[in-house]
Design a protein. Structure first.
Length: 332
């Protein structure tokens, strides 16, 4: 009851210098004595409950339960492992997934997807640690590594004669809060003797909605430097068409959820609409998550030529990618 009243009270705008400011509040509750018999423990458990509130969309309250503790301890230890991995090196790896032009029957690019060889938990995919890295401020360290490693890989591929490929890397919205993003990228491009156009930065729609003006300036700066920018998982978030124009992005990645449904229902209609938007803004398009020949065929018919998905190849280690490039399997 008290937490509810506090939330209602704090929901009111604060009037500061003639403007209304709104704030959200996250409350964690721990009760004496069952949730802690001393002040330290009570505060710690209330804190854990508060983080649960934040993790579940903020602006609310939660009461501490013992299983939150296990979750919290696991999280902290994963965070420590991540810190260590960044400091020591040697635990992260980029897997590379080919992107193909179905019409031209050739590979046009690759996407870099991070993997973590965790010392005890084995191979972890990005979903297991990227959100955590974003929350605890380690994401910029990871992105720095990804930028540098992707550039190193490109240098290697170009030395082997694959000089018309580009590589896509995934950035976090957090990377756009940094002042040194462009500098970091150009430094690595120079170091590896790469033209800017061989690097494509994948950003999400949500980024375009946050702090639009600040992000807009950064995106423009990156584009002016010659880098390509694509919007990942396009169609799953909320993009204002106006932002698409203003952000001068280069292409849209059609989310795999639309591709998965191809063949039945309205998904074909959605892809058709996205392709129409892309055409009128003069943006490129690539579809993700193609798993069946029927999906590839349907996309071709709709006019989407660039594709990426298990049908063509799973994300590969560098060695496997080099084999794949040397003798590409027939394109379905
Ligand atoms: P994404 O950028 O949309 O990447 C596509 C995801 O779909 C990848 O999962 C890829 O392995 C998977 N995928 C590719 N083809 C198919 C298919 O035909 N069927 C199905 N079911 N899945 C397919 P992954 O590698 O687990 O990555 C998940 C997400 O993690 C990525 O989504 C991206 O948002 C993020 N991520 C990956 N690497 C990085 C990174 O280096 N930095 C950051 N910040 N995020 C990353
Ligand atoms: Mg991506
Ligand atoms: Mg995607």
């Amino acid at each position: 009851t008290i937490a509810g009243k506090m939330l209602a009270e704090l929901k009111q705008p604060f009037l500061i210098a003639g403007r209304d400011f709104y704030t959200t509040v996250s409350i964690g509750i721990a009760v004496f004595p069952e949730d802690g018999e001393n002040p330290e423990l009570l505060l710690r458990n209330a804190d854990i409950a508060m983080y649960q509130t934040k993790a579940h969309g903020k602006n609310g309250f939660r009461e501490f339960t013992p299983d939150m503790n296990t979750h919290h301890v696991e999280r902290i230890s994963l965070e420590n492992d991540l810190r260590y991995a960044l400091k020591e090196g040697g635990q992260f790896e980029l897997h590379l997934q080919p992107q193909i032009s179905r019409r031209r029957r050739r590979i046009v690019g690759i996407e870099a997807l991070i993997r973590w060889h965790h010392p005890t938990q084995g191979l972890l995919g990005p979903d297991a640690f990227i959100p955590l890295a974003e929350e605890c401020g380690l994401i910029s360290g990871i992105s720095n590594w990804v930028i540098a490693e992707a550039c190193r890989k490109m240098r290697h591929l170009r030395a082997l004669g694959y000089d018309d490929l580009k590589i896509g890397i995934n950035l976090s919205p957090r990377d756009f809060e940094r002042a040194d993003l462009l500098e970091r990228i150009t430094e690595q491009l120079t170091l590896n003797n790469l033209p800017a156009r061989c690097l494509e930065l994948e950003i999400t729609e949500s980024l375009l909605m946050n702090d639009a003006e600040g992000v807009l300036a950064k995106v423009r700066q990156l584009r002016r430097a010659g880098l390509l920018i694509s919007i990942d998982d396009f169609g799953t978030g909320y993009s204002s068409l106006n932002y698409l124009r203003r952000f001068s992005v280069s292409s849209l990645k059609i989310d795999q959820s639309f591709v998965r449904d191809l063949g039945g229902g309205s998904a074909g209609g959605l892809i058709h609409a996205i392709l129409g938007i892309a055409r009128s803004f003069e943006l490129g398009t690539i579809a993700e998550g193609i798993e069946t020949p029927a999906q590839a065929e349907a996309l071709s018919t709709l006019g989407c030529d660039l594709m990426q998905g298990y049908l063509f190849s799973r994300p590969l280690t560098m060695a496997a990618l080099i084999d794949y490039l040397a003798s590409p399997p027939p394109i379905a």
